[in-house]
Design a protein around this ligand. Structure first.
Ligand SMILES: NC(=O)c1ccc[n+]([C@@H]2O[C@H](COP(=O)([O-])OP(=O)(O)OC[C@H]3O[C@@H](n4cnc5c(N)ncnc54)[C@H](O)[C@@H]3O)[C@@H](O)[C@H]2O)c1
Length: 250
């Protein structure tokens, strides 16, 4: 019960590592509000153990994020932590072929969505006397294989914003950190694999670039998010925690 009595908001929590985190937080005693565009998957959260509320939310729309935070405060009386997790991939494309629309779509969700999440969570966290923010960046902030310029831009920006907010709010009892997952076995990477010319070669390559020789799991990410969201990390702020099987060490 590492989050007993806490209220959490998780974006992109209907699937992938966001869902694993929502379920872990709920098992650890938090009351959780999940925002996601996938309403069918979100509805299924009601069957998971613990208290998880779902609300449709497109993080690229500021009004949707404001409404999500309001739901946490209206339903559970406060907000203690937010996991800004929602994000999308850029289909592998050489930089010269990336359209403005694709660049705007990826950065609109990954970068601007994270900004909106922090902007609207901060007043609620201050009202609660403090709290934590965890942003989902990526190893892409540090290491890439190419073909993902908008994604890498967005994840580098998430790291920069994390540091700025950490400094601004350090004396107001709000800590802001990021996680940097390596290659994780989620629907996002299943999609990446499915559209590849040689899906088996892609999976082999992921293992090859990861010293531990395998993909990570959503549950392994959830444990790292829990560490940063909870009092266990009480003197940690402004960092990116690599959860990447050694990828960036190479
Ligand atoms: N899978 C990886 O290897 C990996 C590695 C590093 C970082 N990440 C990051 O982790 C986060 C989660 O990735 P995942 O692999 O679990 O992805 P996923 O696609 O499996 O799940 C993402 C969830 O976000 C939701 N979502 C998409 N667009 C949204 C929007 N506009 N508003 C609200 N919700 C939206 C989806 O419906 C889905 O439920 C992303 O930010 C991603 O960039 C993933």
């Amino acid at each position: 019960m590492r989050l007993k009595g806490k209220v959490a908001v998780i974006t992109g929590g209907a699937g992938g590592m966001g869902r694993a985190t929502a379920c872990l937080f709920a098992r650890e005693g938090a009351r959780v509000v999940v925002g996601d565009v996938d309403e069918a998957a979100g509805a299924g959260l009601a069957d998971e153990p613990g208290e998880i509320l779902f609300q449709r939310c497109d993080v690229s729309r500021e009004g949707d994020i404001a409404a999500l935070i309001a739901t946490a405060e209206d339903s559970f009386g406060r907000l203690d932590t937010i996991f800004n997790n929602a994000g999308i991939e850029q289909p592998v494309t050489p930089t010269q072929d990336v359209s403005e629309a694709l660049f705007d779509r990826v950065t609109g969700i990954n970068l601007k969505g994270t900004f909106f999440g922090m902007k609207h969570a901060l007043p609620a966290l201050l009202r609660a006397g403090g709290g934590t923010i965890v942003n989902n960046s990526s190893v892409s902030a540090f290491a890439n294989v190419g073909g993902n310029v908008s994604y890498a831009a967005s994840k580098g920006a998430v790291m920069s914003m994390t540091r700025v907010v950490a400094i601004e709010y350090a004396r107001r009892n709000i800590r802001c950190n990021a996680i940097n997952p390596g290659v994780i076995d989620t629907p996002m990477n299943q999609r990446n694999k499915a559209i590849a010319e040689d899906p088996e070669a892609v999976e082999a390559r992921w293992s090859e670039i990861t010293p531990m020789g395998r993909m990570g799991t959503g549950d392994e990410i959830a444990e790292a998010v829990l560490f940063l969201a909870s009092g266990a990390s009480s003197f940690v702020t402004g960092v990116g925690l690599l959860v990447d099987g050694g990828r960036v060490a190479t």
